[in-house]
Structures are given as structure tokens and as C-alpha cells.
Write a protein that binds this ligand. Structure first.
Ligand code: GLN
Length: 293
């Protein structure tokens, strides 16, 4: 008899990975929560359950990312559909979301309460991929409308699906194109934002990590600029002042060793209040700056 316990005992996968896959199968085949791994570990499993387990187990043994195998990944306070067309959202990027949410809350706190109901906050997410940053922001801050861009239609299709699933389509819109060029489709009044966030491709083209682990399976264009690693960050920083409201905030994610270069770029572009931020592993991971008033 095949049970959850026997599958876990005999698999060659690390137990935490096997449990993630089994929890997914329990949900889709039996509508059972993850806790069934403990409460139902002696239950006999159906043939379709076991067949799908074998397929996913084989995929993972070949190195395929778990997020692609089970088609989803938790990020900040939401769950996103993901597939090979998009970067798998990383925990480090939640820092960028939290910074953005703090900024939006700060603006709301400073607003004259008389006007509060009229005033909608606006944010821009450049290179949205699965929609992670844009949707996490919109999900946690009901007063914001977000524009999200991506140069890949395949990514925008997934982002749009996520917006629909999360019932956020009315406050998050998507534009196809390269960085700010994607906004040309919008009228000029929609083009001034309280907040611009981006997690662009920042890995250097010759970084050996690109041929390791999950990164081998992700779209290369979402990870690297195929050059110094700073090309996209520079384009985003240099273009931002034209699209921010006075006093508006730009925050970008970057590589663990790119902080000095990114801070310098922000200064050169004319930002004020330039600040580096550490991720939970202690790496400088995000840099922010404000448009002068
Ligand atoms: N943080 C990702 C990684 O190091 C890279 C994502 C990106 O380039 N924006 O795997």
C-alpha cells in the first residue's frame, strides 16, 4: 500500500522539498490542507495521485524549480501563479514591497483627511514578471492604483492571470514594453507616480550562478542584462525623475555587491535622501532615493 509516509520514506528528494510537492498534490487531488501530511500520513493514495507524484519527483530530481513544478509560489502576503515564462519571486524582494508600502502609508498619514477619499495613490512596477511587486502592493494597500510593465508578453499574460485570481484587476494595469517606453500607451497625466519600484535583471552576464540551480530554468532576460549587471538599473534610475511626482520615491533591488554603484548612480541622476537597505541575510539589496521637491 502506498501512503504519504511511504512516499516520504523512499524519495531521493530532501524531505522539505518532497513535503512541498505532496502538500500541493493533497490540495489539488483531495482538497486537503498541508497538515494532512501529518494527520493522514497512513491513508492509501490513488493511482493518479501517485503517478503525478512520480512525474513531479522526477522533474525535481532533474533540477526543475519546485515553483514551476507546482505552478505557484507564496510572496509577501499573496500566492502567485508562476511558470517558465517568469522569474520566481524571491523572499529578498519582499523588502522592496515593504519599503513601498511604508512610503504609501507615510503619504496617507500626511494627507489632509478632508481630501483623503479623493486622493488615490499611484505606483509603478517596472519589469513586473509574475506581477509579484505590483500585486503585493495593491493587495496590501487598497488606496493605490498600480501600473506594471514588462517587455515580455508571456510574463504579462501570467501577471494578468494573477491579477484576476487576486481580484486586483481594477487597480493594477499592465503595459508591454521596455522600462518607461511601456508607458507611452498611457496618457501623460497617468504618468506621474508617488512611487516607482523595480527588481530588474541585475546579474552580470558572465556570472557562473546563471548556470546553477533554479536560475538555469528561469528566463535569462529576467535575470541578467548580458553585460555589467548595471545596464537596466542605470536606465531605470536615469529615467525615473521624469515619471515621479515631486518628493516621489524610487526604490530598486540590486545585487549584493552593487550597492556603491547604484547609490552613486542615484546621486548622479539628482536624487535626494539616497538610502541603502539591507535584506534579511544582511546584504545591501535595495537602494532608494527621492525626487527633489
Ligand atoms: N535575486 C535574483 C537572484 O540572485 C536575481 C533577480 C534579478 O536579477 N532581479 O537569483
Amino acid at each position: 500500500m502506498t501512503t504519504l509516509r511511504s512516499l516520504l520514506n523512499e524519495t531521493g528528494l530532501p524531505k522539505n522539498e518532497a513535503r512541498m510537492i505532496l502538500a500541493h498534490l493533497l490540495e489539488i487531488h483531495l482538497q486537503l490542507p498541508r497538515s494532512a501530511l501529518l494527520t493522514h500520513d497512513g491513508m492509501e493514495l490513488s493511482d493518479p495521485f501517485i503517478e503525478e507524484w512520480r512525474l513531479l519527483e522526477q522533474g525535481r530530481l532533474k533540477g526543475e524549480p519546485i515553483a514551476y513544478l507546482i505552478g505557484k509560489r507564496g510572496f509577501h502576503t499573496i500566492e502567485l501563479i508562476v511558470g517558465p515564462g517568469v522569474l520566481i519571486p524571491r523572499p529578498e524582494t519582499e523588502l522592496l514591497v515593504d519599503l513601498g508600502l511604508d512610503e504609501l502609508q507615510r503619504i496617507l498619514n500626511n494627507q489632509n483627511s478632508l481630501y483623503e477619499s479623493e486622493c488615490l495613490l499611484t505606483a509603478l512596477d517596472l519589469g513586473t514578471g509574475s506581477g509579484a511587486i505590483a500585486l503585493a502592493i495593491a493587495s496590501s494597500q487598497p488606496k493605490v492604483t498600480v501600473v506594471a510593465t514588462d517587455a515580455s508578453q508571456a510574463a504579462l499574460d501570467i501577471a494578468q492571470q494573477n491579477a484576476m485570481r487576486l481580484k486586483l484587476s481594477d487597480r493594477v494595469s499592465f503595459c508591454l514594453g521596455n522600462w518607461y517606453a511601456a508607458l507611452h500607451a498611457l496618457g501623460s497625466p497617468s504618468c506621474h507616480f508617488d512611487l516607482i519600484l523595480s527588481n530588474p535583471p541585475y546579474i552580470q552576464g558572465d556570472d557562473p550562478h546563471l548556470s546553477e540551480g533554479d536560475l538555469r530554468f528561469e528566463p535569462p532576460g529576467a535575470l541578467t542584462d548580458f553585460g555589467s549587471g548595471l545596464t537596466c538599473l542605470t536606465a531605470i534610475i536615469d529615467g525615473a525623475l521624469a515619471y515621479l511626482k515631486p518628493g516621489g520615491l524610487l526604490a530598486v533591488e540590486h545585487g549584493f555587491d552593487q550597492s556603491p554603484a547604484v547609490l552613486e548612480r542615484l546621486a548622479l541622476a539628482g536624487f535626494q535622501g539616497i538610502t541603502p537597505h539591507r535584506d534579511l541575510s544582511g546584504h545591501w539589496r535595495v537602494a532608494s532615493g527621492r525626487k527633489p521637491i
